[in-house]
Design a protein around this ligand. Structure first.
Ligand code: HEM
Length: 119
């Protein structure tokens, strides 16, 4: 168990390092960029992967390779809303601290779940 935790921590640090010299927009700026669920759904590939989470839209393409739960389950949610699945799969994780820099806009419409969602 401890070993796994150390690995997760390592992945978190690797991700932080990976994004540290990149530039991002702020949450404030993201509020002016409204994204419809239909637009969100177009960003569903590994190189161009968006999620909505608690009303905001994130470009999670850089994070996929650092996700401790692997890319497989993560991938199923590209283009969709992850608010509920994130609560179900990891209540204890403050995912904002991982993805806050990856914000690209605000969701303009009702969140959409994938048909095969595994909550
Ligand atoms: C951007 C959104 C997400 C972030 C930032 C995130 C972050 C994390 C983190 C930090 C962990 C490690 C948990 C721990 O320390 O105990 C984790 C584990 C996990 N995540 Fe995510 N996650 C996200 C989305 C998802 C999605 C969409 C799924 C879909 C099923 C998912 C499924 C899992 C699973 C199954 C694990 C458990 C891995 C294990 O314990 O071996 N996550 N996630």
């Amino acid at each position: 168990m401890e070993k796994r935790y150390a690995l997760f921590k390592q992945m978190e640090n690797d991700f932080k390092q990976f994004i540290q010299n990149k530039t991002f927009i702020t949450k404030e700026e993201a509020r002016n960029n409204r994204i419809t669920p239909e637009e969100l759904m177009k960003h569903n590939t590994e190189d161009d992967a968006w999620f909505s989470y608690r009303g905001y839209v994130y470009d999670v393409s850089p994070y996929g390779q650092f996700h401790p739960g692997g890319l497989r389950c993560f991938k199923e949610y590209f283009g969709f809303d992850v608010t509920r699945v994130v609560i179900m799969k990891h209540k204890h994780v403050n995912i904002d601290s991982f993805i806050n820099k990856l914000v690209v806009g605000m969701l303009d419409g009702d969140p959409i779940l994938p048909q095969n969602n595994r909550e």
